[in-house]
Design a protein around this ligand. Sequence first.
Ligand code: GCV
Length: 722
Amino acid sequence: MLGGPAANLKPDGYRLKTIDGKIVVTGSNDRGVLYGAFTLLRKVAVGEPLANLDERQEPRVPVRWVNHWDNLDGSIERGYGGRSIFWDNGASRADLARVNDYGRMLASLGINGASINNVNVNPRILAPDFLPEIMRIADTLRPWGVRTVLSVDFGSPQKVGGLNTFDPLDPKVIAWWKAKTDEIYRAVPDLGGFIIKADSEGRVGPSAYGRTHADAANVVARALKPHGGLIFYRGFVYDNKMDWRNLKNDRARAADDNFRPLDGEFDDNVVIQIKNGPIDFQVREPVSPLFGTLRKTTQAIELQITQEYMGQARHTVFLVPMWKEALDFDLRVGGRATPVKARVNGVVGVSNAGLDDNWFGNHMSQANLYGFGRLAWNPDLSARQIAEEWTRLTFGNDPKVVKTIADMQLKSWRTYEDYTGPLGLQTLTDIVGNHYGVAVEASERNGWGQWHRADEKGVGMDRTVATGTGFIGQYSPAVARMYESVVTCPDDLLLFMHHVPYSHVLHSGKTVIQYLYDSHYEGAEAAGGYVREWKSLQSRVDERRYQEVLMQLEYQAGQAEVWRDAVSNWFLRASGIPDAKGRVGHYPGRMEAESAGLDGYKTIDVTPWEAASGGKAVECPAARCVATFRYDGAPGIYRIRVRYFDQSNGAAHFRALVGGRVLAEWTADDRVPTRTIDSSSSALRAISGIMLRPGDEIRVEGTPDGGETAALDYIEVVRDEN
Ligand code: GCV
């Protein structure tokens, strides 16, 4: 039974109460009633008792929005779940059924707004003839209480309006924003507002006219004000052409440097949208100091649900524990307890769901949207509660399923950090390319400022006030004191804050170099463990999803080994300090393709060198090539692991044979973000239960296709655990 508006509840709040055997849902507004109904459904699904319900729920913050980086042509920037649900070929998608489903999913989490186009804006979004396209989407989201929000280009007065300027103080520009905003609100009266990315990564901004970000935000804010609209102005402003040779330069400083002087100058419907960390959604960052700096300005935290630097939905990485650390971090403003969650009025998540059946390209990644919504509503929920709820709602209430999946999710961020960028190194990925595979030096010696400054003596960015960039001084004195000293700086952020020798001893008692080796081995081992844990759920999870998740986890385990070997070998070469446990550089059972008998295959150098074992691979320039390996170990039953390369520009075919008998054949047609032979295309085929005797000949045959050259890295013969 649905009741009317309830007194004493914040907007969107609701109450659930069992009265005379009936459950009454009351809300402070329509949304509240809808949210209450969804909560009731959740309780039914997870089996909570309903007999004596008496529960009041209010959202912590009024703005709980998702952002989409969808382009009008239907592609999605940093999207891993297929094409856009909103756009296709320059217009709204003809069939908006998935937008309707998405709206329902968002409502079930209490999310009340969605921006529907990329912050790297196609200015056409504000063209007069485009308005009907926006209306169709807004009409589809509205029944779910989800307000439509638009990303707009700050240069629109010129690019769409035909003015000769976009100077925010020019009266023509002021009039243009007002008229344009009025026009949009006539068509979409409940529009949530606008988002602006200005003076960042090539987007135009107020600097073109020597104006400030406050000038820029306020001109748009004043156009929105009569309609109750908000402008979310992104704090993600930095110079991507910084001189890396200057040791005082530091991208992490940028948000605070840019916005600190403007505190108090923004209108009250301007919200500064701040990424959780000062760089860019890396696997580990401190919180942005800007959360503590702005005292007279409304702010929102921006979290990234889409897994850009977090394995792009090919790796299971549950982000709720990371977000909770950011939301709970105590900024000690004015010497008092000041968790980030108490500073923000909005929580915004970059969602980038796509048309794929599972929305994100990986069943397990859905948990991140779920967790985002739940935390946006109530940041005090525990990560375990969220993980368990999601698992129950997604895979059912079997206790073994719930425990296994929730445990896996809860450790997955640490695991991913262990093999991709521990101690605050940030994600050691190809930052000038696909942001996916490992490329340790990609972040060095360029203007993007994601430097970790590793050389033969030491590693880490010196961000101290005493000798470094001074970034640490942007925090309150108590927080700055903690980070400034290596004695009190937490190990997890040591290399974000300090440059230290490899022999530096951590709080854990390990040296930095040994920790780097160990964490990569532990991370890869944990990822391998997920496969075993998941297999224990066979027949408890429906077969289709069982197989799909199994494939994903097997792939992740294989990639974790690529990361392990690449990063640990890179640091071995840089530091010259061997692994105390003798693992790095020694791979029992591994036979390099370049050392095999090659018929047709040619040896090549791989770039970066750490992406392939021994820095080399073989590729096939002919119609078909063969690599022959001789087995010389003890007789027994083994697993043969073939590491090959699977690019996106072809579907090469492989066969593996022993003594002329075909053991396996496969086609390299996985969805990977690279056309070259590198760590992103490195792939693994494991063939179990193979009887081998000394002198046996193991043959791998490759047949290229398109641009894909059936390249091979190595084979490994290992004991078969099955
Ligand atoms: C939408 C990072 C991403 C970009 C993104 C940008 C932003 O740099 O790699 O794809 O652009 O952040 O948040 O604006």
